[in-house]
Design a protein around this ligand. Structure first.
Ligand code: ASP
Length: 464
């Protein structure tokens, strides 16, 4: 590296230290201001839901335009290029198999852990017990339910088998371009893994393409560093709109206890289970890493979309979190697509809560059905706002079916029961998405041990 280049690099990093702190302060300031403005200015306890939605609609729209749309704009190209770069950087197919297998195993295990924790909590706290007439709570979200009815009820078709087929169909799209247009990230990830692998296997011939992918990836990341400056304004607008619509002070009664149970579960998983796993497998200070990942976590909270957050997660995992390029590029897009600890935990609690509210006590077998279907449903959940609510129907259907096969006399849970939790789902979506992204980040840090950047990659040209 020449002297002048080194001097320039020093300037840039010196400048960026100040910038990084400034951005953190702005983002956290925006978060707090968003909660306060949403709760005390936008939210009106006397107003109907419709009126609240109207007041906060403009704020949400502005947040979407300013922050979410620019992020979503680059998701698909970024996922594709990032996974190709990750796969070609790992290079050796055997190593790739090892990292891929370990990543999937890690994601499935932590999701099962999250569902297990959710089930323990919901069975201990038992939100929803003793409710005489659950239908009075249904009214709360009836309008929203009607609007989303077709979508939600689509989840009832097929149950567990349907969940499997749906997952496989996502993984094997018939048209790569259509998958990209439809935002089918799982299909894109699979296609990118295969493309990366093929580029490695053709050896010399694949090198020019690998160099191009590396360059395009660097340009994408440059775009991310621009977009992230929109975060403070985006976070403020989105958080104030969502808090303003739900109203934190409205959280009372059984729905409030349900809300508290989910938040407690998410906190335990994020601050105890995942840090323990991180420390055991990577020997990394979990809270230092949590702090290093603050920008993607706040972004996840405000956008309620792991996919929209992905560009920032990849950038920060490498720049601040100490993840290798090989692990971050490959493991994070995969994680944003399949790994949803927060969603899995939330779905388990929500389903048991709704059944309890309708006076249906679930047996151990039925809870096992939840353990498995919640994990699968979370894998199949798209990384976009409210997607977990739709795939939750898969779990409800599976449990309903197992109740029906046990005895015909016991009533099933009606789909419109979901309306009970719709009113506060937006806030819970923000919380569970944050845990989803944190789970992905923990995976990337652990897989950095299996795929460090320090070893020279076989079959890969030097591009520095
Ligand atoms: N919004 C969540 C995510 O993007 C998915 C969900 O609805 O649970 O990770």
């Amino acid at each position: 590296m020449s002297k002048s280049r080194r001097a320039k690099g020093k300037d840039e990093s010196g400048g960026s230290v100040f910038r990084r702190h400034l951005l953190t302060i702005l983002i956290f300031g925006a978060l707090i201001a968003g909660v306060l403005v949403g709760e005390f200015i936008l939210f009106d306890p006397g107003a109907t839901r419709e009126a609240l939605a109207q007041t906060t609609g403009a704020w949400e729209r502005a947040g979407d335009l300013i922050f979410i749309r620019p992020l979503r704009l680059i998701i698909i190209p970024l996922v594709f290029v990032s996974v190709v770069v990750g796969v070609t950087a790992i290079g050796d197919p055997e190593r790739l198999g090892l990292v891929g297998g370990a990543t999937l195993l890690f994601y499935m295990t932590t999701m099962l852990l999250a569902v297990g924790l959710g089930l323990i909590l919901v069975n201990t706290i038992r939100p929803g017990t003793g409710v005489e007439d659950p239908s009075q709570f249904v009214n709360v979200g009836q309008e929203q339910f009607e609007a989303a009815r077709a979508n939600i009820e689509a989840g009832t078709e097929g149950g567990l088998g349907g969940a499997f087929v749906n997952l496989m169909e996502q993984m094997i799209p018939t048209n790569a371009a259509a998958a990209a247009v439809e935002g089918n990230t799982l299909g894109i990830v699979v296609f990118a893994i295969l493309t990366g692998l093929a580029l490695v296997m053709i050896g010399e011939q694949g090198r020019p393409a690998i160099v191009v992918f590396d360059a395009v990836f660097a340009a994408m990341i440059k775009l991310v560093t621009w977009i992230i400056w929109l975060a403070p304004l985006g976070v403020f607008l989105l958080v104030s709109a969502r808090v303003g619509q739900a109203g934190l002070s409205r959280l009372a009664g059984p729905v409030g206890v349900y809300f508290g149970t989910v938040v407690l579960g998410l906190l335990l998983h994020a601050l105890i289970s995942l840090p323990l796993v991180l420390w055991i497998f990577a020997r990394v200070n979990p809270f230092g890493y949590l702090w290093a990942m603050r920008k993607p976590l706040v972004t996840a909270f405000s956008t309620a979309s792991s996919a929209a957050t992905l560009p920032i997660t990849i950038e920060e995992a490498k720049v601040s979190g100490g993840c290798s390029k090989r692990a971050a590029n490959f493991v994070l897009p995969l994680g944003a697509t399949v790994n949803m600890d927060g969603t899995a935990l939330y779905q388990a609690i929500a389903v048991v809560f709704l059944f309890t509210m309708y006076g249906i006590d679930l047996t151990i077998t039925q809870q096992l059905v939840i353990l498995i279907t919640a994990t699968l449903a979370a894998v199949g959940t798209a990384a976009i706002p409210s997607a977990g609510l739709v795939t939750m129907m898969i779990i409800i259907t599976a449990v309903n079916n197992s109740i029906a096969s046990a005895t015909e006399a016991i009533p099933r849970l009606p789909p419109e029961s979901i309306a009970i939790i719709l009113g506060i789902d937006r806030i819970l979506d923000m919380c569970r998405t944050t845990v989803n992204v944190w789970g992905d980040a923990v995976g990337a840090r652990i897989m950095t041990r299996l795929a460090p950047d320090s070893e020279p990659a076989p079959e890969k040209p030097a591009i520095d």
